[in-house]
Design a binder for this molecule. Structure first.
Ligand code: SF4
Length: 327
């Protein structure tokens, strides 16, 4: 561990101002920052505690949708009756993430901003080459084991996976991220690595996430999050899918479908091609399985992760069939 200064922000303005200082990092639940500091990736000079900021922990659900404060804990949001009833994919994604102890500490804002689990990124003593940690240094993953790396949205600079679950559900349901400066569609919030893998979101210096808004819809109410992983708890996704579905009055024709994937992309991955292939069509198992193949359009695999190209469409199909009441 390294020495750092500690300060407690008493207002959002103060938190934003302090976070602009070189080496300053915000802390709320601490489950990400402490982890990164312990493995030598994060080296804060000042930790700015925002846990006591007022009005950032509320969860409200009304006709327009759900507004979830950035400081609400994962467990609190997962157990909210309105979220469970109207946005089940959000509740399920939270409950399938991390462990009960972590969910009790970790906040929604911190969960969204969690960093990749790329083992080379998290081992600076063992692997000097990491463009995300040290721009221009190379990418150790490209010459090593890549079982847990991305197949979508990669670049020749970085193939690290976005590891979260919540953001996948929020992507499917068309959420927006509120900050101290603006409201950002979640599909515009996360950045693919491109030439600058060290930049992971569009957040600017001093910009603080304050809340997430999820618009109400029938597809959101009939939604689910399906996660496939190596063990049944406390594990990141090998592949996951969030799906929301609304049928026409005939009970067969798809009026609205939202699909997003986790465990495969460098960002939470919206599968618009799957949605387009199914919208206006009858819900039918063979058609769903065929359309689900579009989920990995443009995928590129490395030696260890080609299995994801086969696995992800199966997970997408299962999730669609589940919300469609077929399986
Ligand atoms: Fe670093 Fe990205 Fe390569 Fe992992 S995949 S070592 S995070 S550059």
């Amino acid at each position: 561990m390294i020495d750092f200064d500690y300060s407690r922000a008493t207002s959002l303005d103060e938190a934003a101002a302090q976070s602009r200082h070189p080496g300053a990092m915000l802390i709320a639940g601490g489950t990400t920052l402490i982890d990164l500091a312990k493995c030598g990736v994060a080296e804060p000079r000042t930790v700015v505690d925002i846990t006591r900021l007022p009005d950032l922990s509320a969860v409200t659900v009304d006709e327009a949708g759900a507004t979830i404060g950035a400081l609400a804990t994962m467990s609190r949001v997962a157990a909210d009756a309105g979220i469970e009833a109207r946005f089940p994919a959000v509740s399920e994604a939270l409950l399938l993430a991390a462990s009960a102890q972590l969910r009790n500490m970790a906040t929604i804002g911190g969960n969204l901003l969690q960093r990749t689990r790329c083992s080379y990124f998290r081992d600076p003593a063992g692997y000097a080459a990491c463009n995300k940690r040290e721009p221009g240094s190379g990418c150790a993953a490209l010459e090593n084991v890549t079982r847990d790396h991305a197949i979508l949205g990669t670049s020749d600079q970085c193939i690290a996976l976005y590891p979260g679950d919540l953001a996948v559900a929020l992507t499917a349901l068309g959420a927006t991220i509120r900050t101290t400066k603006r409201e950002i569609a979640i599909t515009d919030f996360f950045l693919e690595p491109g030439e600058t893998p060290d930049r992971e979101t569009v957040l600017e210096p001093g910009e603080v996430v304050t809340a997430v808004h999820v618009p109400a819809s029938k597809a959101a109410t009939n939604s689910t999050y399906l996660k496939v992983r190596d063990r049944a708890s406390y594990e990141f996704a090998a592949a996951s899918a969030a799906v929301g579905l609304e049928l026409e009055a005939d009970g067969r024709t798809i009026r609205d479908i939202r699909v997003a994937l986790g465990g495969v992309g460098t960002t939470p991955w919206r599968a618009e091609a799957v949605e387009a292939a199914l919208t206006g069509r009858a819900l039918d198992e063979a058609r769903v399985r065929e359309a689900a193949r579009f989920a990995v359009e443009g995928a590129k695999s490395w030696a260890g992760n080609a299995y994801k190209i086969e696995l992800a469409p199966r997970v997408v199909a299962r999730a669609i069939l589940k919300v469609g009441g077929i399986q």
